[in-house]
Design a protein around this ligand. Structure first.
Ligand code: BTN
Length: 257
């Protein structure tokens, strides 16, 4: 591979027939992918996002040129709106596969954060356009901390591949690996959804362990994660009364030590 991130990536994209949109700086790669009319399979990546977006209306902060911020366009016409959580599973598993290749054992903190131990290494923001009941277009936005070693104090528990492995990594190689895993997991979703469900379940952070949570009213409680429903709800057994309850994304937060 040749020198810069851009050159390395273009070389890989040309060799593999991937449509690449590289931008040094952009508001958000998700927005570029969404507005640009990019065909399925397009990979949009930027060195720096001026308005990187995260879940729950948060910003995604990432040092210029140190990490990966990218979006992939999909047209999953075989999925209906109620099945959109499948795409979270695909993106999460592609990330844990990629990190495993780098020697980093990562887990999926439901619904779609990627953790190493109790620290966040990557986040996913998926934006879907529906056509009737079908998902016409989906933008999988991924932020993966690769070589960044210092983080703003307001981020509670960040980590990066470099912090985990003690060495720097070639971002183009990591991105190419992640794109390949995304394609494989996406193909697997179309062919054998149960295999995706099993892999996701096995990789859930704190699965089967009693843990502390807080509900949307701010009340803390203890519970054990049993799994995730096909609709994406988290299935929890409450420690106080043994009841099994289901939670949507914004209804619950983990209390991480
Ligand atoms: C989160 O954990 O809050 C989700 C973070 C998602 C960040 C990625 S970076 C590439 C893409 N473009 C964005 O604006 N956000 C996603």
């Amino acid at each position: 591979m040749s020198n810069t991130f851009r050159e390395q990536l273009q070389e890989w994209a040309d060799a593999h027939g991937v449509i690449l949109v590289y931008v040094p700086e952009v508001a958000s790669t998700n927005l570029t992918a969404r507005e640009g009319g990019c065909p399925a399979g397009t990979l949009v990546t930027a060195e720096y996002q001026t308005a990187g977006r995260g879940q729950r209306g948060n910003r995604w902060q990432s040092h210029a040129g140190e990490n990966l911020t990218f979006s992939v366009v999909l047209e999953p016409g075989f999925l209906v709106a109620e099945e959109q959580f499948c795409l979270s599973k695909v993106a999460s598993l592609a990330l844990t596969d990629t990190l495993a290749d780098l020697g980093v054992a990562a887990r999926i903190k439901w619904p779609n954060d990627i953790y190493v131990g109790d620290r966040k290494i990557a986040g996913i923001l998926i934006e879907n356009d529906l056509s009737g009941s079908v998902i016409r277009r989906s933008i999988l936005g991924i932020g993966l901390n690769v070589n960044q070693t210092s983080f703003p104090a307001e981020l509670p528990n960040p980590t990066s591949v470099t912090l985990q492995t003690g060495m720097e990594h070639e971002r183009a190689r990591v991105l190419a690996t992640c794109y390949d895993h995304l394609c494989s997991r996406y193909a697997q979703l179309a062919q054998d959804r149960a295999a995706i469900d099993r892999a996701y379940l096995k990789t859930i952070y704190r699965l089967g362990e009693e843990f502390s949570f807080v509900n949307r009213h701010g009340d803390p409680f203890r519970g054990t994660i049993l799994g995730a429903l096909p609709t994406g709800e988290l299935q929890l057994r409450h420690s106080d009364d043994g009841t099994i309850r289901h939670y949507l994304f914004k209804e619950i937060e983990y209390i991480i030590p």
